[in-house]
Design a protein around this ligand. Sequence first.
Ligand SMILES: [Zn+2]
Length: 251
Amino acid sequence: MNTEKHQIRTHTEKYQITVEGLVIDVVRKNIKNLHLGVYPPAGRIRVATPLHINDEAVRLFIISKLAWIKRHQAKYAGQERQSAREFISGESHYYQGHRYLLNVTYRNAPPAVNIRNNKIMDLFVRPGSDTAERERILTNWYRRQLKEAIPPLIAKWEPIMGVEVAEWGVKQMKTRWGTCNIRARRIWLNLELAKKPVHCLEYIVVHEMVHLLERLHNERFRAYMSRFLPLWEYYRDELNRAPLGHEEWEC
Ligand SMILES: [Zn+2]
């Protein structure tokens, strides 16, 4: 073990260690706290550690969280693996928490998406559109829907919380539902939220806005969440049941 070497390094290092037969991705960088995450779909374990914490301390931390890690890995293993999407008629696709049957129509007209009878998601595309093109049209539609849904939520919560969001955006993210750049007062929301119930979207918007009041996920943060959204823990669990879900430990 070359902990001395790690301790004097100041740049980011990535490597793996094995603890009790589990492979752990370690990222050593200039941060304040140790973070542990278990990520779908395969239950990958990642630890981000401050430069001053050595591998032995990381190892002990992992051992203290083994039960938690295994619980999350089991959860992901039990989740239905989402099959590769082809964007063809008959597939299930989600919007605002509801499941729709995709119905693809090829026509010589501008592409469009239309929700019908609480059951059907019509996707209109040009003749000859391939899978990538069909996906692109549907993804753009999700993005537009989300971009319409977000401003009223921010406008609703700004006066209640006494904060101002300077900038917001939507992007595809693999491991997070949202992020907040506190200094820039900028919020990013995961495009996947378009597929989730509206109260889940609102929960993430409020969560990111609470970061403008409290940077860390600490007691004060949770108190704010409970004051603004008393049922926030249910919404969080609902989101974390989805394949994208992830949780982190801080210490
Ligand atoms: Zn957060």
